[in-house]
Ligand binder design. Structure first.
Ligand SMILES: [Zn+2]
Length: 101
């Protein structure tokens, strides 16, 4: 009969992972905060967002994005279609003038 109890070491090394997990930073993903620069160009409406970039004098783009579209989509549109980045201020944007005729 083996009656020798296995005495475990007293200095048990616990992995330190657990305490470090407490410091884990969780990124806040704010739901519908409209703080992005795109809102200088987009108008928020009931159904989503509408691009209010003036493509020609007196004529707005009016591209509609449904609710839930990420600002990334809106940014992509502004950059791709209007060459507008966040460094472009609204008063710096020159409406293309088609009065050349
Ligand atoms: Zn547009």
């Amino acid at each position: 009969m083996n009656t020798n109890p296995i005495v475990s070491d007293e200095n048990n090394d616990y992995p330190e992972n657990e305490s470090q997990n407490l410091n884990k930073k969780t990124k806040k993903k704010g739901g519908s905060q409209k703080t992005s620069w795109v809102w200088a160009w987009f108008e928020s409406v009931e159904t989503g967002s509408i691009c209010k970039v003036e493509v020609v004098k007196g004529q707005f783009c009016n591209k509609h994005y449904q609710n839930g579209s990420s600002t990334g989509n809106l940014i992509g549109h502004l950059v791709d279609k209007h060459k507008i980045t966040k460094d472009v201020k609204k008063h710096d944007y020159v409406v293309r003038n088609f009065n050349l005729i």
